[in-house]
Design a protein around this ligand. Structure first.
Ligand SMILES: [Zn+2]
Length: 374
């Protein structure tokens, strides 16, 4: 298949589930246009008010679960639900393994909670999580499948235990950043969609290959159909109700809950405020680059072009500068976390590198194509 690049942003056709219209514009850009012209945000805001009215407790009990990383997006969601919608959020944080967690994450989580939020922090069994992440990396080229699955399933399970069916995540990534448009007009989504769209229908429990009878899988087990029927969870994304803008979320969280950004830009990109909670995110985007030929910088550039904060020309320069960067500064910690030698780790990298798009030069995978010429 010939490599195509969006005429508006700079997203490549290799992005899973991304589609292009006849003018060569990608589905994320089409959605971005629609957000500004066709979506009736007033109506959607009203839908959120009604949803909150349906679940709001009148005695101060928790009434909405907000999965929270301590980052800009979830902090904004929790703060606005509390201050603008009179909700009583119970935030749920899925801790990263200590070997990959960042100091910045601890600082921001503390800042956030200290602004008046209640939070349950889950430490999923690190032995299981680590093995799942290792096998996910080898078998699927995905560095944190164990953590990701816990993040998608555990908040629903906590909600069920506390009798809180209403769960509010941040953005619907498929619609916002390019992918399936299935959920763009859906207020709520199902467990089946969670598994299919966000976990690629992979049974994450199978990544724990050394499992023995009686090992606690609870955070990785989806609720049963009976449980779902009983509690009827209402799982939503904030981006359905309000026009999502990552940069505005950052400014909001900085001003309202003291969110801090890193003193320098993250590896592979030019910004310093997104996804700073785990060093695995840099590896996640590096593997995205290996598989699809676009990296963390491309992803950020496309977001900023769509929001009108960056020109396509400036975006091309940034991508050329940052996109291919290997997160070398974390390499030792990756080897430790995945329990691999450097040779084993590099073999996984080479296995997942897309040889049609990339070639190895001086030991690193570089692009064979020039985005300015596509
Ligand atoms: Zn586009």
């Amino acid at each position: 298949m010939e490599l195509q690049i969006c005429k508006k942003c700079l997203m490549l056709s290799t992005r899973p589930r991304l589609t292009f219209n006849a003018e060569g514009v990608c589905s994320a850009c089409e959605w971005s246009e629609e957000k500004h012209s066709m979506v009736d945000w007033g109506k959607r805001e009203l839908e959120l008010r009604e949803l909150c009215d349906r679940y709001r407790s009148d005695n101060g009990q928790f009434d909405v679960i907000v999965p929270a990383s301590g980052g800009k997006d979830s902090s904004m969601v929790a703060h606005r639900l509390k201050t603008q919608y009179g909700m009583h959020p119970l935030c749920v944080n899925i801790s990263h393994h200590p070997l990959v967690n960042t100091e910045m994450n601890e600082i921001n989580l503390n800042n956030f909670v200290n602004h008046g939020f209640s939070m349950i922090r889950i430490y999923p069994n690190p032995v299981i999580e680590r093995e799942m992440d290792r096998n996910g990396l080898i078998d699927y080229g995905q560095p944190y499948m164990g953590w990701m699955a816990a993040m998608l399933l555990a908040p629903i399970k906590i909600g069920m235990r506390f009798g809180i069916p209403f769960i509010m995540y941040g953005e619907e990534g498929e619609v916002e950043y390019g992918g399936s448009l299935e959920l763009k007009n859906s207020m709520l989504y199902s467990l089946e969609q969670t598994k299919r769209l966000y976990l690629s229908d992979i049974d994450v429990k199978k990544l724990y290959k050394s499992a023995t009878e009686g090992d606690g899988f609870s955070w990785w087990e989806a609720p049963s159909e009976e449980e779902i029927e009983q509690v009827k969870p209402a799982v939503a994304h904030w981006s359905y109700f309000h026009n999502w803008n990552s940069n505005e979320n950052y400014r909001y969280a900085r001003d309202h809950v003291g969110l801090q950004s890193k003193p320098c830009n993250s590896v592979g990109t030019y910004n310093a405020f997104a996804q700073t909670d785990s060093i695995l995110y840099s590896l996640h985007t590096y593997f995205m680059y290996l598989k699809f030929g676009f990296g963390r910088c491309s992803q950020d550039v496309c977001i900023d072009i769509r929001s009108g904060e960056l020109s396509r020309e400036a975006g091309i320069d940034l991508i050329k500068q940052y996109d291919e960067a290997y997160p070398e500064e974390y390499e030792e910690r990756y080897l430790q976390y995945y329990n691999m030698t450097r040779d084993e780790f590099y073999a996984v990298i080479d296995k997942w590198a897309n040889k049609e798009l990339l070639e190895k030069r001086n030991g690193r995978w570089t692009k064979k194509f020039d985005i300015a010429k596509l």
